[in-house]
Design a protein around this ligand. Structure first.
Ligand code: ADE
Length: 244
């Protein structure tokens, strides 16, 4: 496609595809670098996505900017308070409709490619990062619409999970990565692991690239890639094929 036409197509896409992700956190500095490098940075520069990080402390009515307090019932640890979270989410909701208000938590539904695919179609989402012992449960009952875990382990806070979710969503937005085909051939897109990839040189220390990839015979190459994807999935993640 001529470059100028392609650019126009991309800016048209931008008009329709603009997504907004708002992340609420007590540690905005923790998100700075993951959100401002590589594909996430390029997608924002191209106007495909707007990612706004909000410091929860800016929304507290506490004069010491405290956002946590002791739990009722005498457990150890501090609990994130409802007031600043409600103030931040209400401010955002006054400005636009949100498809989801996601709380990242180890006891949420486990994040996977299917969830990333469906969230990449959303227009506006909020991701709320927890900290301390947890958040006042009323936030989960009344303000949050979805709870997501990135795996069965406990992290110090929700910032890394939020960055991971944002990354996996944004790379799926049309135009975010140069060759859209490569997002579709990611591992997990068809419940299959990706086939192996190689680059030059074709031989290094006697270690050779599979002959078929150098053959120029595209149909055979595609068939080989599919077989490799199947073989790797069967060997490494049989659960994805449902034949564990
Ligand atoms: N916060 C702490 N651990 C987490 C996890 N595994 N997933 C999502 N949020 C978290």
């Amino acid at each position: 496609m001529p470059k100028i036409l392609f650019r126009n197509a991309l800016s048209l896409l931008t008009l329709f595809c603009l997504m907004r992700i708002d992340i609420i956190t007590v540690l905005p500095e923790m998100l700075e670098s993951p959100l401002n490098c590589s594909i996430l940075k390029r997608a924002q520069d191209k106007g495909l996505v707007e990612i706004c990080v909000h410091n929860l402390r800016d929304f507290t009515t506490n004069k010491h900017r405290k956002v946590d307090d002791y739990p009722f019932g005498g457990e150890a640890g501090m609990v994130m308070q409802i007031q600043p979270v409600d103030a931040c989410i209400s401010m955002l909701r006054e400005q636009r409709h949100y498809d989801e208000v996601i709380f990242v938590t180890p006891d949420g539904e486990t994040f996977n490619q299917k969830t990333a695919n469906s969230l990449s179609l959303a227009e506006n989402i909020i991701i709320l990062c927890g900290h301390y012992k947890g958040i006042d449960y009323r936030i989960r009952e009344h303000l949050v619409t979805r709870e997501i875990s990135i795996g069965d382990y406990v992290l110090t806070g929700g910032e890394l999970p939020a960055a991971i979710i944002a990354d996996s969503i944004v790379r799926l937005i049309p135009g975010a990565i140069g060759d859209e085909q490569s997002a579709l051939s990611d591992s997990f897109q068809d419940n299959l692991l990706a086939p192996p990839v190689y680059t030059r040189p074709a031989e290094y220390k006697g270690w050779k690239v599979p002959e078929i990839l150098l053959s120029g015979h595209q149909a055979k190459i595609d068939e080989w890639k599919h077989e490799q994807a199947l073989e790797r999935t069967r060997r490494l993640r049989p659960d994805l094929l449902g034949d564990e």
